[in-house]
Design a protein around this ligand. Structure first.
Ligand SMILES: C[S@@+](CC[C@H](N)C(=O)[O-])C[C@H]1O[C@@H](n2cnc3c(N)ncnc32)[C@H](O)[C@@H]1O
Length: 370
């Protein structure tokens, strides 16, 4: 209870008590005054209560307003929070989608990186291959160049030796006339020098030559100087005539008997079994030939290899019986496999023929014992 209420209660109690006392004393005026005061106090109380109620109602209203404001504020906060939450949810969703996109990008980057690595590897392989091919090619070119240079040097050396041999030949046989070729199809100059030395040492009187050409002149000049006769055979009319022209030019007819002996099928030796479809070997037909009884030197330089396999092999079948004791057999083109085989067979089939050590030329020399 407030102080005012306590005072009013005390005054009301006094007024009531005074009224009662006055009433008991029959002091009606005082009693009426006390009653009036009491009523007035009741009126004050009543007014005061109404006021209080109004104040309270106002406060209530204020409180309600405040609560409403608070609720409104709370609602606004809640709405704001909801919005924030929504925004966060959207942000999370966006983050998730960004993460997923990032993952895809990463996967793509990985894939592309893999492909690039693979392509890089392939490109490196190709580069290595190309490099190796270029290196191989360069080495091959180097080898080829070295081979060419070696060949050129060899040929230059060969040419120098040929020139020197030619000079020697000119000093030995100074004819002042034209000579057919040396080398190529004919005996080269170095072999010619060797042949002259061999003639000097063997001193043959009767020479048989198979395959005419430059050697025909060589033998002719030798025999002119030392005496004797050359029986030269060629299977082709054209070359027989060509050689004959040179023989005439060099004035060698007195010592050179140049004859045409076309190739003809030969009867195979009795101990050989020719294949059924094999062509019969071709060799010079010497049935009409003029030949010496004794041959001191047999020079086998034909028929050409192109006329058949082992084209020169039949020479000894036809002429071995005429070889004089100590006779020399020369097989030219001895660097060829075929000529090597022919010489081996001759030495086997004619034990009286001894093969001499190889010389510096392409000629194979066999000498008959005696
Ligand atoms: C290997 S050659 C050798 C000729 C000869 N013994 C010489 O060394 O000078 C053999 C054949 O060549 C041919 N021949 C001859 N004179 C020739 C020439 N001027 N050109 C091409 N071939 C020729 C002839 O048919 C001869 O039988």
């Amino acid at each position: 209870m407030s102080t005012i209420d306590k005072i009013l209660s005390a005054l009301f109690a006094l007024a009531l008590a005074g009224g009662l006392i006055a009433w008991g004393l029959h002091a009606s005026w005082w009693a009426g005054l006390a009653a009036l005061i009491a009523v007035a106090i009741l009126g004050i109380w009543s007014m005061r209560d109404r006021k209080m109620l109004k104040v309270m109602a106002r406060r209530e209203t204020q409180l309600l307003d405040q609560q409403r404001q608070v609720l409104l504020g709370q609602h606004q906060v809640q709405t704001a929070l909801t919005e924030v939450v929504e925004q966060q949810r959207e942000a999370v969703a966006r983050t998730a989608s960004i993460a997923s996109a990032t993952e895809q990008i990463n996967a793509t980057v990985d894939e592309v990186a893999g492909q690039l690595t693979q392509q890089g590897g392939t490109a490196q392989d190709r580069h290595d291959q190309v490099l190796k091919t270029v290196q191989d090619g360069t080495q091959h070119l180097d080898r080829q160049t070295r081979n060419h240079v070696n060949n050129i040097n060899r040929r230059l050396g060969y040419a120098r030796e040929e020139i020197e041999a030619q000079q020697y030949l000119q000093r030995r046989i100074d004819t002042g006339t034209l000579w057919p070729s040396t080398g190529d199809w004919a005996l080269n100059a170095r072999s010619a020098v060797y042949l002259l030395d061999l003639l000097d040492q063997a001193r043959p009187q009767h020479i048989v030559e198979l395959g005419s050409g430059t050697t025909t002149l060589l033998f002719g000049h030798y025999l002119t100087a030392h005496g004797g006769r050359l029986y030269s055979f060629d299977h082709l009319n054209h070359y027989r005539d060509l050689t004959a022209s040179y023989v005439s030019l060099h004035g060698l007819e007195p010592v050179v008997d140049l004859q045409l002996a076309p190739l003809a099928p030969q009867v195979p030796a009795s101990d050989t079994e020719p294949a059924e479809d094999a062509e019969p070997p071709q060799w010079y037909d010497l049935s009409q030939a003029r030949l010496p009884e004794q041959i001191d030197l047999l020079f086998v330089d034909g028929p050409p290899a192109a006329t058949g396999p082992h084209a020169r092999y039949p020479a000894l079948n036809a002429l071995a019986d005429r070889l004089a004791p100590g006779a020399v057999v020369i097989l030219d083109d001895g660097v060829r496999d075929e000529e090597q085989q022919i010489a081996t067979r001759w030495a086997q089939e004619h034990p009286e023929l001894v093969r001499e050590a190889p010389d510096l030329t392409a000629m194979i020399v066999l000498r008959k014992k005696g």
